[in-house]
Write a protein that binds this ligand. Structure first.
Ligand code: SAH
Ligand code: SF4
Length: 443
C-alpha cells in the first residue's frame, strides 16, 4: 500500500470571493464487486434476489447477514458460520464486505483518533479521493465524527474544508463504512477474537503508525480482544460534523443513519446521532421527518450581513427562515434540544452585544449553545477570540438559562479539530503543514 506523497504541489485553493457554492462532482464509478456494507434491508434483499436466492429464504438471509455485518463486524463471508457454505460461496462470487480503505491512522495525545480513508474517484482511471473520520473518546461516551462528502460545495470563510476544490457526495456505504472502520480499528464488535491490538507499534494491516510519540490512547483502558458490554460500546455517539454538508447529500446520509440506528445492528439510538448543517433550510424538515436524529445548526452570527459573509449560504436561506425551520423541527423539548454552534472569531462575532443578541434570537427554541473556539489554519484571515472574551460571552449565554459548554478542541496535534479536516487529495505544502502543526500545538 502506498501512502500518497504529501509534498506534491498544492491544487488551486479556495473558491473565488463572492461564490455561494461550488459545482458538485456527483458521478461515482462503483467497484467491480460491490460491497454489501451500507445497503438497507430492502436493498440487501434485492441484491440476494439478483444472485438467485429464493424468495422464501430471503428475509431470513437478510437477517443473518445483517447480524454478521453490523453486530459481529464480519469482514469476509467465511465468518458467517450460520449461513450455508454454498450461499457464502455464492455471495463471495458477487459481493464483498469491503469498507473504505484505511490509508493512515493517527492518534492524538488526547486519545482522539483520525483515519484517512480512500474512496474511488468519479471517473474510471481517476485518482481516488480521501476523506477523514475522527473518533473522540470521553469519560461517558465515544463520539465518531463522520464525513458526508469529499470536500464541501459550500464556502464558509472560516472553514478549511470549504477551501477544498474537489467535491463528491459519499455513498451510504461509504458513510456506514466509516463506522465499520472505526469499530474494526477500535475492536468494538461483539466477537471474541481476532481484534486488532491498537497498542502495538505496528498495526497488523501494515498501515504506517503515525502516532504522536508519547501518546496515550483514550481507548486503551479497553482490552482489545475483550467483549465490549452493550452499554459500553466505544462508539456510542455519531455526529455528522466531518467534511461536507450532510443536507446536500440527503438521501445517502439518511440511508446511512437509518442503518446506524437499526436496533438489530449497529444500534446507535437516534438521540445519540446529531446531524450538523450550515442551514440548508428545505432539508431540515426532511431530516426531522425521514431521519429523526438530533439537529445541530451552524449559526455563527446573529445578523444577516455578517452571516452572509461567514456562511455564504445565508444569502439563500437567511437567519429568520433558518430559525423558523428550527422551531418546526419535530420532537423538540427540553430533553431534545437543537444545538446551535457558534465559532468564536476574534473581533468578528464575539462582542458582548452579539452574546445578548444571540440569546434573544433563540428565545422560545429548546436550544443548547455550543461555543467553538476557532481552529486556525494556514492562510486564514481569522483568529480565535481571546479566552477571557469567550468566558464573558459564555457567561451571558449561561445567565440567560442556556448550558453553554465551550467545546474543548480535540486532536489538534493531528489536525482533527472542527474545520481542520481537509483530505490529502488537496495537498498542503510542507511549509503549510508545518505552520498548521505549529499552530495546533501552541495553544
Ligand atoms: N457542514 C456542516 C457540518 C460540518 S462542519 C456544518 O457546517 O454544520 C462542523 C462544525 O465545525 C460546524 O459548526 C462548522 O461551522 C464548524 N467549523 C468549521 N470550521 C471551523 C474552524 N476552523 N474552527 C472551528 N469550527 C469550525
Ligand atoms: Fe461546508 Fe460546513 Fe465547512 Fe461550511 S462549515 S464549508 S458547510 S463543511
Amino acid at each position: 500500500m502506498t501512502v500518497p506523497s504529501l509534498s506534491a504541489d498544492p491544487m488551486p485553493d479556495a473558491a473565488p470571493a463572492g461564490v455561494l457554492e461550488k459545482a458538485p462532482l456527483e458521478r461515482y464509478v462503483p467497484p467491480a464487486k460491490p460491497s454489501l456494507v451500507g445497503l438497507s434491508r430492502a436493498q440487501l434483499a434485492e441484491a440476494l434476489d439478483g444472485v438467485g436466492v429464493p424468495g422464501a429464504q430471503r428475509k431470513m438471509r437478510v437477517q443473518q447477514i445483517w447480524h454478521w455485518l453490523y453486530v459481529r463486524g464480519a469482514t469476509h463471508f467465511d465468518e458467517m458460520t450460520s449461513v450455508s457454505k454454498e450461499l457464502r460461496a455464492l455471495l463471495d462470487r458477487h459481493f464483498t464486505l469491503d469498507r473504505p480503505e484505511v490509508v493512515a491512522e493517527q492518534v492524538s495525545v488526547d486519545g482522539t483518533r483520525k483515519w484517512l480513508l480512500r474512496v474511488p474517484g468519479e471517473h474510471a482511471g481517476e485518482l481516488p479521493h480521501e476523506v477523514e473520520c475522527v473518533y473522540i473518546p470521553e469519560a461517558d461516551r465515544g463520539t465518531l465524527c463522520l464525513s458526508s462528502q469529499v470536500g464541501c460545495t459550500l464556502t464558509c470563510t472560516f472553514c478549511h474544508t470549504g477551501t477544498q476544490r474537489l467535491v463528491r457526495n459519499l455513498t451510504a456505504g461509504e458513510i456506514v463504512g466509516q463506522i465499520m472502520v472505526a469499530r474494526d480499528r477500535l475492536g468494538d464488535w461483539h466477537r471474541k477474537s481476532g481484534l486488532p491490538d491498537l497498542r502495538t507499534t505496528e498495526s497488523k494491516s501494515g498501515l504506517p503508525d503515525l502516532r504522536t510519540s508519547g501518546s496515550k490512547s483514550g481507548a486503551s483502558d479497553t482490552t482489545p480482544g475483550s467483549l465490549p458490554a452493550e452499554s459500553h460500546r466505544l462508539v456510542s455517539n455519531i455526529v455528522m460534523m466531518g467534511m461536507g454538508e450532510p443536507l446536500y447529500n440527503f438521501e445517502a446520509v439518511r440511508d446511512a443513519l437509518l442503518v446506524a440506528a437499526d436496533g438489530e445492528g449497529i444500534a446507535i439510538s437516534k438521540r445519540r446521532i446529531t446531524l450538523s448543517t450550515s442551514g440548508v433550510v428545505p432539508n431540515i424538515a426532511r431530516a426531522g421527518a425521514e431521519i429523526g436524529c438530533m439537529l445541530a445548526v451552524s449559526l455563527h452570527a446573529v445578523r444577516d450581513d455578517l452571516r452572509n459573509e461567514l456562511v455564504p449560504l445565508n444569502r439563500k436561506y437567511p437567519i429568520a427562515e433558518l430559525l423558523a425551520a428550527c422551531r418546526d423541527y419535530p420532537g423538540l423539548s427540553n430533553a431534545r434540544r437543537i444545538t446551535f454552534e457558534y465559532v468564536m472569531l476574534k473581533d468578528v462575532n464575539d462582542s458582548l452585544a452579539d452574546a445578548k443578541a444571540l440569546v434573544k434570537l433563540l428565545k422560545g427554541i429548546p436550544a443548547k449553545i455550543n461555543l467553538i473556539p476557532f481552529n486556525p489554519w494556514p492562510g486564514t484571515r481569522y483568529e480565535c477570540s481571546d479566552w477571557d472574551r469567550i468566558e464573558k460571552f459564555s457567561e451571558i449565554v449561561f445567565n440567560a438559562g442556556y448550558a453553554s459548554p465551550v467545546r474543548t478542541p480535540r486532536g489538534r496535534d493531528i489536525l482533527a479539530a472542527c474545520g481542520q479536516l481537509k483530505s490529502a487529495t488537496e495537498k498542503l505544502s510542507a511549509r503549510e503543514r508545518l505552520a498548521l502543526r505549529a499552530m495546533a500545538m501552541t495553544d
